[in-house]
Ligand binder design. Sequence first.
Ligand code: ZN
Length: 140
Amino acid sequence: MKCRKLKIDGFYLGRFDYDSEAVAEIKKFAVDSKINSGFFTIIGAVKEAVISFYDQEEKKYFSKELKQHMEIVSCTGNMATKDEKIVVHAHACFSLPDGSTVGGHLVSMRIFAGELHFFPSKDKVERKFDETTGLNLMDL
Ligand code: ZN
C-alpha cells in the first residue's frame, strides 16, 4: 500500500439543495473553494440515482439507473485531480422501501435532502492511468 500524508484544511458541513445533483455540486464546490483533494461522506435521501459496476475482466463500467426514491444508507468518496480537472470518486449504498439495499460506484444522484461532511485539502493528488486495472488510480 502507498500512503501520503495530506494536510486537512478545516471541516465543512454542507446541505444540498432540493433537486440538485450531488457529484456535480461537490465538483463545483471544490473549484469555487480552491480545494484540490479531500474525503467526504453524505447522508440523506435521493429522488433517483445512477450507479455503475466495474467489470474487472472487460475493464469497463456498466451503469444502472435507479429511478426511485431511496435513502442514502452510506456514501463515501474522495476527490483528486486528473489533467488539472477535479475528479470525484464515490460509492453509495441506497435503501429501498422494503429495507433491501442496492449500491455501487456512484455516477450521479438527484438529491431530495442531503447532508455533506467534507474534509478538504489544498494538497494536490493526481490520478494516473493504471494498465493493470484499467483505472485512473491515485498517484501517491
Ligand atoms: Zn468506484
